[in-house]
Design a protein around this ligand. Structure first.
Ligand code: HGY
Ligand code: MN
Ligand code: MN
Ligand code: MN
Length: 405
């Protein structure tokens, strides 16, 4: 049984505990999360780690290094999107544990202290916020998010307390920058680039920035049979024009990915003219300036479309996270560690955001991408091979041995 086979078996095992419908649904501070912690605790103990749960719901496995040595953090997120795949997030936790298990089996002492971190919530699917775990460690969290509620009205504060996590302990989680060597996240690529290059592993150069806005077109409702077409102020027609224009503009603008994704219509009846539409606009880019410019252009476009149809238009930014670069020294060490399987590993940006984005506020970060079949992710058919995961375990173990505490 190779380490890749063990990873495959462990990820299958943990997936079954949350596969209700198609794919994996494992949201933070739920029954599925609780069951997953039992599995992950087992992975950490098999690697000889001291295991504890912190006040943000992060399960932490620690290996004490030589006295006085700093700590390398390895982590990712245990949560998934709804009907997601078996690898996004959780794979990085499994591979980190297996790399330490490999070193333990080989009797190789780690040159520094190492912690594997299983963060509770990166996707932000259950609550309208995310990254509480890494932000608590980085000292950048906003405590007001504790009062945000999920679709059932459960606040993040109550969900934490119900999980045995004391929100009062969050502030004390902040780490000392001087104690940290860095943060490494191994993650399925979630895109087709490595597969296209026939590469098992890649080194991430940077993680895209992201901003989310809420837009609202307001017109006038009326009877679908009696209001002449020329007299209508139809909010759905305006929103439709906007969505098509966003897709076209993003298509010919470098470094931009823009998505609407959902649409709320009022009064949402076939025989009444829609008077209000509310839609999100998410803009991502590795270039923060390009992202801000594009969002400003989309605001102008929305205003233009609305005024041409006699509607009003509002656009409010609800979330922003700047692009982050990966640390050159850690990334070069990672590239060297991959050399046995690829002398010149691909270096590529991440179009997905990660826990590493938040960790970059407290320490240097590096990310290792693992090939993703057909680039499918946030999808039940997401897949990484045992061979590629085995190569990743070897690379993480080799990366650790390049460090000096
Ligand atoms: O949306 C993202 O990029 C991440 O998967 N949460
Ligand atoms: Mn994801
Ligand atoms: Mn992820
Ligand atoms: Mn992540």
């Amino acid at each position: 049984m190779t380490y890749g086979d063990i990873a495959q078996r462990r990820l299958a095992g943990i997936a079954t505990c949350s596969e209700g419908g198609a794919g994996v649904t494992r949201l933070p501070f739920t029954e599925e999360h609780l069951r997953a912690l039992t599995e992950i605790r087992g992975w950490m103990e098999a690697a000889g780690l001291q295991v504890r749960l912190d006040a943000a719901g992060t399960l932490i496995g620690r290996l004490e290094g030589p006295p006085g040595s700093r700590t390398l953090l390895i982590g990712s997120h245990q949560d998934s999107v709804r009907s997601g795949g078996r690898y996004d997030g959780i794979m990085g936790i499994a591979l980190g544990c297996l790399a330490l298990e490999k070193l333990r089996t080989e009797g190789a002492a780690a040159p520094c202290s190492v912690e594997v971190l299983a963060f509770a919530d990166e996707e932000g699917v259950r609550f309208p916020t995310a990254l509480l775990g890494p932000r608590a460690l980085a000292g950048t969290m906003d405590l007001s998010v504790l009062d945000l509620a999920d679709g059932d009205g459960v606040t993040l504060r109550d969900a934490l307390a119900g999980f045995g996590c004391d929100p009062a302990g969050l502030v004390a989680l902040r780490r000392e920058r001087s104690d940290l060597l860095g943060y490494l996240e191994a993650h399925i690529e979630q895109g087709p680039v490595l597969e296209g290059a026939n590469a098992a592993l890649g080194v991430v150069t940077g993680i895209c920035g992201i901003e989310r806005n809420t837009l609202r077109f307001t017109g006038e409702t009326g009877h679908a049979g009696t209001v002449p077409m020329a007299a209508r102020r139809d909010a759905l027609v305006a929103a439709a024009r906007f969505v098509i224009a966003v897709s076209e503009e993003a298509g010919w603008t470098a470094n931009i990915r823009a998505t609407v994704g959902t649409l709320t219509i009022s009064p949402n009846a076939v025989n009444a003219i829609p008077d209000i539409t509310v839609l999100p606009l998410e803009v991502r880019s590795v270039d923060d300036r390009a992202r801000a410019d594009f969002a400003a252009r989309m605001r102008g476009l929305g205003e233009e479309i609305a005024s041409a149809a006699g509607l009003s238009f509002e656009m409010t930014r609800t979330y922003v996270q700047d692009a982050v670069g990966c640390d050159a020294d850690l990334s070069d060490r990672l590239a060297k560690a991959i050399a046995p399987v690829d002398r010149a590993p691909l270096r590529l940006p991440s179009g997905a955001t990660h826990d590493a984005s938040a960790m970059s506020d407290i320490c240097p970060i590096a990310m290792l991408f693992v090939r993703c079949r057909a680039g499918l992710s946030h999808h039940p058919d997401e897949y990484a091979s045992a061979a590629d995961m085995g190569a990743a375990v070897d690379a993480i173990a080799a990366f650790l041995s390049t460090l000096d505490g």
